[in-house]
Ligand binder design. Sequence first.
Ligand code: 5GP
Length: 174
Amino acid sequence: MTDEKLEVMLTAEQIGNRIRELAAQISKDYQGKNPLLIGVLKGAVIFLSDLIRQIEVPVEIDFMAVSSYGVDTDSSGVVRILKDLEQSIQGKDVLIVEDIVDTGLTLNYLRENLITRQPKTLKVITLLDKPDRRKVPFEPDYCGFIIPDRFVIGYGLDYGEDYRHLADLCILNP
Ligand code: 5GP
């Protein structure tokens, strides 16, 4: 890594190893099922694409895009759906795939919203969890890494739409 503002928190190899473990767990838990994985755009795209290639049950994918109303980097709690699903999830085994849980507001809203559409089951997997910053109680069903309260970028996560392409997960130092 040549950019001195960037400090590696998790290497691509560490992330890949953990994703293999998560995929093995999901393959076991969804044995004989055909789960629908819902990726939350844009940050979860790389995680979702790496994850599904390791899962050994047939999966379907769809995407949602949400944005929180708010002027700063803190989520306001009011979430707007920018892009909705292309299909009904009624009666399906649904797994929401997120990049990071921070305050918990986004996933709390998404879970409440999707539950009204009557899926058979609804679970959440997140690559990263920052439990120190929770504003509402929220527990993901599957989590890759619990991380400290630092702003991270890379592996799909951005700062002003930059850095998503980095293979490692990094801390952006000012
Ligand atoms: P929450 O509603 O849980 O506060 O926020 C979740 C969203 O905030 C994530 O999907 C992500 O877009 C953004 N976010 C939270 N923490 C970070 C972080 O450390 N880095 C980046 N790039 N985005 C974050």
